[in-house]
Design a protein around this ligand. Structure first.
Ligand SMILES: NC(=O)c1ccc[n+]([C@@H]2O[C@H](COP(=O)([O-])OP(=O)(O)OC[C@H]3O[C@@H](n4cnc5c(N)ncnc54)[C@H](O)[C@@H]3O)[C@@H](O)[C@H]2O)c1
Length: 450
């Protein structure tokens, strides 16, 4: 369903009216277009501590317009406030800040930039995970980066986004993949997130087709977010296998044919679902995306056992059972990627969704608990938690709630299935083993559960 308010707010009359009445004025977000090669089209500014030098090694693969500010010796052309170009992307390494008075470097670095950011600019701050530091003062200073980042993300205008990446020991050379995602329009609807990277030794070979040679299964792929995930994984070079319920067969087969993939019609809650799936995948699989999900909303007072059971069965039990079966049978290969579609309802809770929110929180817990056990095999497992995304699922929400859902985020709008798909495609890459056991929110920095 299209968001007519964005069209109105960006028309010439609407823009003036929205401004005069103090209404939210969401901008049209810049998104990744087919055929684009460079993650950053425009000026990239790099500054701050020692990790800036690690970025200097690959920065020319991100863009050809690299500037430095506040970094000595200068890595690139010096950016001069008021004279330099508008900035499309900014990276600031704050990992060296260990005392409270050093935090003022954040203000000194960012203040001159704030009025020089381009439309849909992407900002990344780097730090060290507070829990990894033995000095309580240094740990507290690094934790301060969270409050700063989440607040500054809310102050960005014109579709800007900002994330904080805590870089673990040994993960310093893993920054290209995350920066290709977080500095590009692929992360258009991700903002205010705090991400932890750890060491990982499976690099991406070809950045234009990072999933080349990998086989990916996507459940619930006939429509909505699942269809978009299948398209995006195929775009990035994966061989895709699309799964959905038998009534969705026609749509599923049409999409699989278009993407040159295979289709499996199967109810993931069927008694023999795991056995059937393993039989369909004799050569194994590298990427599993548990996207199939349903809602059956009622307040708990009115919740029927059928509504409760159906949601827990599809959303939580099936991903648990199928993942375990694929691992036990050796169908999921070493260095595999498991991605679970959760929801911000599972973080914030949502009236009328005790069943759904329980299932989605359970998925985030599954990723967190399973990740350390799979490290030895190089397998990562993560959750993606979308906020309000424009699909058939959200088109059924009553008008008032739908409007509230769209506007209650820093970006003031709902996301598109493509936004979730881009996050999944990034997590599916070989090099993204540095990121595991986490939940990545794709919610435009929704105020829910923030
Ligand atoms: N749309 C949103 O705003 C939003 C927000 C947060 C999370 N999510 C999650 O993202 C995922 C996709 O959402 P969507 O909006 O595209 O939903 P959708 O209803 O448009 O699509 C879900 C797909 O899953 C399939 N499916 C349902 N039960 C199945 C089963 N038992 N076996 C196999 N396939 C089954 C459906 O046939 C459908 O094709 C879901 O897990 C959902 O909970 C969506």
């Amino acid at each position: 369903m299209s968001d007519r308010y964005i069209d109105f707010a960006n028309s010439s009359i609407g823009h003036r009216l929205v401004g005069a009445l103090g209404l939210p004025s969401p901008v049209r977000l810049e998104r990744w277009q087919a055929g684009r090669l460079r993650p950053v089209e425009g000026a990239l500014l790099i500054g701050g501590g020692p990790l800036a030098e690690n970025i200097g090694v690959f920065a020319n693969r991100l863009t050809d317009a690299i500037y430095s500010y506040g970094t000595e010796p200068s890595l690139a052309t010096a950016w001069i406030p008021g004279h330099g170009p508008k900035l499309k992307a900014v990276v600031f390494d704050a990992s060296h800040l260990v005392q409270t008075d050093q935090l003022k470097q954040l203000r000194e670095f960012f203040q001159p930039l704030m009025k020089n950011l381009d439309h849909s600019a992407h900002v990344v701050i780097l730090g060290r995970a507070p829990e990894s530091l033995s000095d309580p003062i240094a740990s507290s200073v690094q934790r301060a980066l969270e409050g700063f980042s989440r607040s500054l993300a809310k102050e960005l205008r014109s579709g800007g986004t900002l994330q904080l990446i805590y870089v673990g020991a040994g993960a310093e050379d893993q920054l290209e993949g995350p920066l290709r995602f977080f500095l590009s329009p692929k992360s258009a609807f991700v903002s205010g997130q705090v991400i932890r990277l750890q060491a990982c030794d499976t690099p991406v070979q070809d950045w234009t087709r990072p999933l080349s040679g990998r086989k990916a299964l996507v459940t619930g792929a006939a429509r909505g977010i699942g269809a978009s995930i299948a398209e995006t994984l195929a775009r990035d070079g994966a061989e895709v296998i699309l799964l959905d319920v038998p009534p969705a067969k026609a749509d599923l087969e049409a999409l699989a044919a278009r993407l040159g993939g295979q289709s499996i019609t199967l109810d993931i809650c069927a008694e023999d679902a795991a056995a059937q799936l393993i039989e369909h995948l004799p050569d194994g699989i590298d990427i599993v995306v548990h996207n199939a999900g349903i809602t059956r909303d009622k307040t708990l007072a009115n919740m029927t056992p059928e509504f409760w059971d159906a949601v827990l069965a599809v959303n939580l039990n099936a991903p648990q059972v199928l993942t375990k079966a694929l691992l036990d049978a050796g169908t999921l290969r070493d260095n595999g990627r498991v991605i679970l579609l959760a929801s911000i309802s599972g973080i914030a809770g949502n009236r009328g969704q005790t069943n759904y929110a329980a299932s989605k929180a359970g998925l985030m817990g599954l990723a967190q608990a399973w990740a350390p056990l799979l490290l030895e095999r190089g397998i990562s497992i993560n959750a993606v938690a979308p906020g309000f995304i424009e699909t058939q699922m959200t088109a059924h929400i009553p008008f008032g709630l739908r409007e509230a859902g769209r506007r209650m985020s820093s970006l003031g709008q709902g996301g598109l299935p493509q936004d979730v798909a881009e996050a999944v495609a990034w997590l599916a890459q070989p090099g993204t083993g540095a990121f595991t056991g986490q939940a990545l929110r794709v919610c435009g920095q929704s105020v829910l559960g923030a």
